[in-house]
Design a protein around this ligand. Sequence first.
Ligand code: PGA
Length: 276
Amino acid sequence: MRHVIVAANWKMNTTPRDAGELARVIGSRTREPGVIRVICPPYVCLAAVRDAIAGPDVAASDGMGVAVGAQNVHHEAAGAYTGEIAASMLAGLATWVIVGHSERRRDAGEADELIGRKLRAARGAGLRSILCVGEQLADREAGRAEAVVGAQLLGCLDGADLADFGTEGGLPWLAVAYEPVWAIGTGRTARGADAAAMADAIRRTLVALGMRGGEDLPVLYGGSVTSGSIDEFLAEPSIDGALVGGASLKPDEMAGIVARAGLTAAARGAFAKPSS
Ligand code: PGA
């Protein structure tokens, strides 16, 4: 029985003045039991979001609140890295982090080896990671999508102790977001069946790498997810939720997406209440 997760990637949107209220509204309109909700605002809005979702009005009936995530983290613990944020600095601000998003691969030149170091730094600091992988359109058209994503996973997890990335305290330490690059912010989504096949391939790869419990790893779909398109993905038993970008800034959209995720969670049966 795998966890159901809906993560909101706000990207470079919102300010410390408005982020808290947006998070509170989204939290109060997405109180579906069994769904792990994560809001990932810009760094400077983490504290505002953390404070805004601390109240009881965002908790679901299973007691689970909204978690806060960062959108990136540096791979080193401290030092001369101007403008960067170390994992330990996120203590008290975030419990999750997005690692390896394709916009960072594209804009900051992040490669798999570096992403793997971020993953290990995050785990070392007690942060749960959403690791993003996904192919370019040319890869999909050439029939190379699974090979590309498999290579990304190998590159990112090389050197990691996979035993550290299972489930603990009722929550997974790692979720993988399959985000085909050509579907991000384009309004064009993958087909549900293709995303499901990729989710299965991702879990197979992790099991082959020796990850105990790899078959229980949550795999999310990301790329132009909306309340209208989420059903195509969550109708697939292999898909465990979504990483939502543009639509995650809209409370109506998030309400629809998490409501659909709640159906999946209910069908899978309730999890024990996580401890963090
Ligand atoms: P999008 O972004 O939903 O706006 O396509 C998804 C993501 O980048 O995680």
